[in-house]
Design a protein around this ligand. Structure first.
Ligand SMILES: Nc1ncnc2c1ncn2[C@@H]1O[C@H](COP(=O)(O)OP(=O)(O)OP(=O)(O)O)[C@@H](O)[C@H]1O
Ligand SMILES: [Mg+2]
Length: 263
């Protein structure tokens, strides 16, 4: 079983006095959904960058399958909010780019790309240019690129923030379906409380200055989707709504006062 773990992470940027991250401990197990929720500037993206191997902590470490890792590798894939797609390549070429770099044969790349296109529902735009796609489609290409690398852990930084409510919910469903059917682990940053509740087995709440974890909630809404409940039914369940409102109030007071409060 694969495990991605952050152990006693501290980070203070040069010329700054307040740590960006303070004693962050987090365990992300194979086939699980982890969501980070917290006010702007609390260090979410920085934490993702450290988990991905892009940024080094001042102290503490990242362990992958119980071994310390200090650089990016194919076991962790990142999906960026701004897509980070290559505009001079079409959809299929963008998805197959990493395999091309690896030197795989054209036919093999095509086979893998076609399979991934089907999974993310983009077969009909396989040859389209990137600028011809909607925001949701671009984000699907980003996810497809993460899937083709066969990474066990997919890290996403506010991936659906720019999408309308309906497209956003379709993307949430895609994440849940990939979690179920492909057995992927997702680590997702969001500012959307509903999204956070729906897409997590563990919901990690952070506070700013210094960025630290204040609570980790174990949730079963994703599991209920897995058992066959629809997203709309889950989101309109009184238990879901109550938790959503509690979290909203907690984050509102936290932002206003700069302190953690029990709501
Ligand atoms: N390379 C850097 N050098 C100096 N300070 C940085 C650097 N990267 C981030 N910071 C600072 O660290 C803090 C946390 O930034 P980070 O981007 O991780 O926050 P965030 O929680 O992702 O915020 P948002 O929700 O707005 O995306 C901020 O105060 C930011 O200015
Ligand atoms: Mg951020």
């Amino acid at each position: 079983m694969s495990v991605l773990a952050a152990e006693h992470l501290h980070l203070t940027f040069p010329k700054q006095t307040v740590p960006v991250l303070q004693d962050i401990n987090l365990k992300i197990e194979d086939g699980t959904l982890t969501v980070i929720l917290g006010e702007s500037g609390c260090g979410k993206t920085t934490l993702l960058n450290i988990l991905a191997g892009f940024q080094k902590p001042s102290s503490g470490q990242i362990k992958l399958d119980h071994e310390v890792v200090t650089a990016p590798d194919a076991r962790r894939a990142v999906v960026f909010q701004d897509h980070a797609l290559l505009p001079w390549l079409n959809v299929s070429e963008n998805i197959g780019f990493a395999l091309q770099l690896k030197g795989l044969k054209a036919q093999e790349i095509q086979q893998q790309v076609d399979a991934i296109l089907k999974i993310v529902g983009l077969s009909h735009v396989a040859q389209a240019n990137i600028w011809e796609l909607s925001g949701g489609m671009k984000q699907r290409v980003g996810i497809a690129r993460a899937l083709i690398s066969h990474a066990a852990f997919i890290l996403l930084d506010e991936p659906f923030a720019a999408l309308d409510a309906f497209t956003r919910e379709t993307m949430q469903q895609l994440v849940l379906d990939l979690w179920i059917e492909q057995n992927k682990s997702f680590f997702l940053i969001t500012h959307d409380i509903e999204e956070a509740l729906l897409l997590s087995n563990q919901l990690v709440l952070m506070m700013a200055r210094p960025g630290k974890i204040v609570e980790t909630l174990k949730l079963d809404f994703a599991e209920r989707y897995k058992q066959g409940e629809s997203i709309r039914t889950i989101k309109s369940d009184p238990k879901f709504i109550q938790l959503r409102e509690q979290l909203f109030e907690r984050l509102r007071v936290q932002k206003q006062t700069g302190h953690e409060v029990a709501v």
